[in-house]
Design a protein around this ligand. Structure first.
Ligand SMILES: [Zn+2]
Length: 211
């Protein structure tokens, strides 16, 4: 039905609430529009501190009015006949079709937690140039856990070798911990355009936090 604008709009993220307004997931805009169009979800839109609910049709009409007053942070998609603002928050109408996001212990989330920043020298590098280091080496009984794995550049990893930071005289920039909030969610929340999500996340990020 909707042809995607070649912009990044459809790649933007949408916070999903369950029927009880509890945040359960973050999904891509493309999927959110599809849920909305099929009446599985409605838009929750916040303006002046109040929020209002819109089904697809009323959101389309509101979008029509708002297209002359676009804010720089807004994302839009264009179909043949109309433009639609990408909502930031939607609420599921029936049951939770979208499962809770568990915090997985994996490279992607470790890199996101440490901001792709080597925890020894502070250099920020892309994923393919980054490695993971056991702070206490495995040979000394160091665990593979949030508390003992850090992002490290290859140079620092090689320099440290099978030693502890003290032995290698290398200081950690920060003590590794299990994140309180999903690292990818935390990264989104640092962007102004997702500020509205905070209203639904409560203390420490609600649903998407560690499990
Ligand atoms: Zn380094």
């Amino acid at each position: 039905m909707i042809s995607a604008d070649p912009s990044i709009a459809l790649g933007s993220s949408v916070l999903v609430l369950n029927r009880h307004y509890a945040a359960v997931h973050v999904i891509a805009a493309r999927r959110a529009i599809s849920l909305l169009y099929r009446d599985y979800a409605e838009v929750i839109h916040i303006e002046d501190g109040q929020y209002a609910n819109y089904d697809f049709e009323s959101w389309r009409i509101l979008s029509e009015l708002r297209q002359f007053d676009k804010q720089h942070d807004d994302d839009w998609i264009r179909s043949v006949h109309f433009e639609l603002q990408i909502p930031r928050v939607i609420r599921l109408m029936t049951f939770d079709r979208v499962p809770r996001t568990a915090l997985r212990f994996n490279r992607r989330n470790l890199f996101a937690r440490d901001g792709h920043c080597c925890q020894y020298c502070g250099r920020t590098l892309p994923s393919h140039q980054m490695s993971l280091d056991h702070v206490i080496p495995r040979s000394r009984g160091g665990e593979t856990s949030w508390e003992n794995i850090v992002c490290s550049c290859v140079a620092c990893n090689t320099k440290k070798g099978g030693r502890t930071p003290q032995e290698a005289r290398m200081k950690l920039i920060s003590q590794p911990k299990r994140p309180q909030q999903h690292p990818l969610l935390a990264a989104k929340l640092r962007q102004e355009k997702y500020a509205v999500w905070k209203s639904f996340l409560g203390n420490g990020g609600g649903m998407l936090d560690a499990r």
